[in-house]
Design a protein around this ligand. Structure first.
Ligand code: UD1
Length: 416
């Protein structure tokens, strides 16, 4: 069955290693297309989104090998610029291949990308910005075709901050002619990882970590070995597991410096944290309110990807809380499932109010998307009785094996 079974109500105790970052790996894998030769990508997570990205690279003519956690991507044989619709359809990051393939091949046709159903997720800004760099785009109802005889640098004054648009423009600009300026650029750690990867391959990028990136196009990049940083959202997931169920857990490799907005909320909610050089020690369950609404924002603000996990936590915290979602308009899909478990959550527009004094009980609930699915698993750890979370494939998009990691943390949980 495509599900997870959880025996709830137990405190956690143990240690787990946080996997490599999904959102850093995907654009870096796309970036290998810009490099002629074999790149080695270490600490790449073994998750279904990476699998789909690798399938896309293979369909373009790349040779991909995996030894333990290192991926070897040889791009010498790239010949195709049409991508298989099923992989493009399930994964929004396939849009990342657009900038990279235009730089490498000059032409791409692809279906509109998919991904989690957490909002409209249009690609209008991607296309508009690429047009500024000399790309001609013909948009059909199901697919579009993009062509660039010569990619040139451009000044992009963007209407809002977008992680994906920033990444796509970096990928298109690094081998283009002249200078590209991206402002406001997203500052997420995953963007910094992409820039570090490209700089180590010979790219010229300044302003890394700021909201103004300047990219000076170079003629060629060379193959490199790169270590993918740990996943701050996965670390945040296991943090919320302890906040819900209680106990004492150590999250090895948790990237604390990238998680400050999240850690501050956890501490305000009564969980004790110790930041160390090699991870994060988490002690005790959340037992207080935040004192104000939790508002999702672009980095370094509170990440939208941990919003549903904190919603689950608030439902157990005694005092509940308020959430305002400002990044994606449809990120409350987990609410009816938490309500099935006994939670009292009211949604009005992009705001949710969560009562924290209702006992939650386990039942059969359905994952609707990646992080909402993880939130249901986390909630089930702390709820009474035995629960099932169905549609595990959504969770597998971003977690190597959520049941193994949570068992290492002392949870009673298994694949079902
Ligand atoms: C990335 C992350 C995702 C995270 C999100 C915000 C990856 C693989 N995914 O998604 O986990 O939740 O950043 O931190 O890294 N928008 C438009 N037009 C566009 C592009 C975006 O309107 O052309 C809107 C989106 O609908 C959304 C907002 O901009 O409302 C932000 O989206 P964006 O930052 O682009 O997110 P993603 O790159 O899709």
């Amino acid at each position: 069955m495509d599900a997870v079974r959880i025996y709830g109500g137990n405190c956690l105790s143990g240690q787990t290693k946080v996997q490599g970052s999904k959102n850093a790996s995907l654009p870096i894998l796309a970036a290998t297309l810009l490099i002629d030769g074999t790149c080695e990508i270490a600490n790449c997570p073994d998750i279904s989104d990476v699998y789909h990205m690798l399938r896309l690279l293979q369909s373009l003519g790349c040779v991909v090998n995996r030894k333990a956690d290192v991926l070897y991507i040889d791009t010498k044989g790239i010949a195709e610029c049409d991508m298989p619709a099923d992989s493009v359809g399930v994964m929004r990051s396939s849009i990342m291949l657009l900038g990279a393939l235009l730089a490498r091949m000059g032409e791409v046709s692809m279906e509109y990308p998919g991904g989690c159903v957490i909002g409209k997720r249009p690609i209008d800004q991607h296309l508009q910005a690429l047009r500024r760099m000399g790309v001609e785009i013909a948009e059909g109802p199901e697919e579009f075709c993009a062509r660039a005889v010569r990619l040139h640098g451009a000044v992009h004054e963007l209407p809002f901050v977008s992680v994906g648009v920033t990444e796509n423009l970096i990928l298109a600009a690094v081998l283009s002619e002249g200078e590209t300026i991206i402002h406001p650029a997203a500052r997420e750690p995953e963007i910094q990882a992409l820039c570090e990867f490209l700089i180590s391959a010979g790219g010229k990028i300044s302003g890394v970590g700021t909201d103004r990136l300047v990219i000076e196009g170079v003629k060629k990049l060379h193959p490199v070995r790169f270590l993918v940083p740990a996943d701050r959202i996965v670390a945040g997931t296991y943090l919320t597991a302890c906040m819900c169920a209680g106990g004492r857990v150590f999250l090895e490799d948790a990237p604390c410096s990238q998680m400050e907005s999240v850690l501050v909320c956890a501490e305000k909610m009564g969980t004790r944290l110790t930041r160390t050089t090699d991870g994060l020690l988490v002690e005790g369950r959340a037992c207080r309110g935040l004192g104000k609404a939790l508002v999702t924002e672009v980095y370094p603000g509170f990440p939208t990807d941990l919003q549903s996990l904190f919603m689950a936590t608030m439902a157990f915290s005694g005092q509940g809380g308020q959430i305002e979602e400002t990044v994606f308009e449809n990120r409350f899909r987990v609410v009816p499932e938490l309500v099935k478990m006994g939670a009292d959550i009211r949604v009005e527009g992009n705001r949710a109010s969560i009562r924290g004094d209702r006992p939650l009980h386990n039942t059969i609930v359905e994952a609707q998307e990646l992080r909402g699915g993880a939130a249901l698993v986390v909630a089930a750890l702390a709820a009474e009785g035995t629960g099932i979370v169905t549609n595990r494939h959504f969770i597998d998009r971003g977690y190597e094996d959520i049941t193994r990691s949570l068992r290492e943390l002392g949870a009673e949980i298994e694949l079902a």
